[in-house]
Design a binder for this molecule. Structure first.
Ligand code: ZN
Length: 224
């Protein structure tokens, strides 16, 4: 498809650049790791950050346009697609409601992911907005997760956030802002969980001392 047919291309690129800067400024992603993407209105192609470019260095010139079939429609010379391009493409293919993905290596959440602990949805906001963020194990080869490992979790239409073992986080939403909020809530929740667990240990409290909250889905099921 001719790039000129993607009439929202520049506005989506600008939105992605602003969101990438927000991630950097918020400490969710420094260096050149992580990646983020947004689906174009035509629905068959995305804008994505390439490999080796930092969130704070994204520009209209270095962002790539990729068809969901994998064809690179536009790329600056010398830039390679992100290693995670295939899992982004697959999530857009399997979920019509996903139009943006923010994948960060944010430190508090990745700490949990590296300890092999699923981040508990312990605040009222997290219970309502996320429900559950599964911890997705490393690939069968022991390397970074691919679409083979990630997509099965997102086939559940209620899943919008996940954490990748020894790797990072995924927030996937209907808009870039929604995906960004998820990336921020995941990190905030991991930080809160760490403080809670540290305080509980210091004060000799156990899980039995905590109030028990169900998820919004639990409450709906109970009231059904
Ligand atoms: Zn990554």
């Amino acid at each position: 498809m001719d790039l000129a047919n993607y009439t929202d291309l520049h506005s989506k690129m600008d939105e992605l650049i602003a969101m990438a800067k927000r991630c950097f400024d918020g400490g969710l992603q420094t260096n050149a790791g992580g990646n983020l993407s947004v689906r174009l209105d035509a629905r068959d192609a995305i804008v994505i950050k390439p490999s080796g470019v930092g969130f704070n260095e994204c520009t209209r010139k270095n962002l790539q346009v990729v068809h969901l079939d994998g064809a690179i429609l536009s790329s600056a010379e010398g830039l390679k697609p992100s290693k995670d391009l295939d899992f982004h493409r697959d999530l857009y293919r399997i979920r019509d409601d996903i139009n943006a993905i923010v994948h960060c290596h944010s430190p508090w959440a990745t700490g949990y992911a590296s300890a092999g602990i699923e981040i508990p949805c312990l605040t009222v906001q997290t219970i309502e907005k996320i429900g559950r963020m599964p911890l997705i194990p490393l690939s069968a080869e022991g390397g970074p997760q691919t679409e083979v490992d990630i997509s099965p979790f997102f086939k559940d239409p209620t899943i919008r956030a996940a954490v990748l073992a020894n790797h990072g986080t995924i927030g996937a939403g209907p808009t870039l802002m929604a995906a960004q909020y998820l990336a921020e809530i995941i990190e905030e929740t991991a930080h809160i969980a760490y403080v809670r667990d540290t305080l509980m240990a210091a004060h000799g409290k156990t899980a039995a001392d905590l109030p028990q909250y169900g998820t919004a889905a639990d409450a709906r099921a109970a009231n059904a």
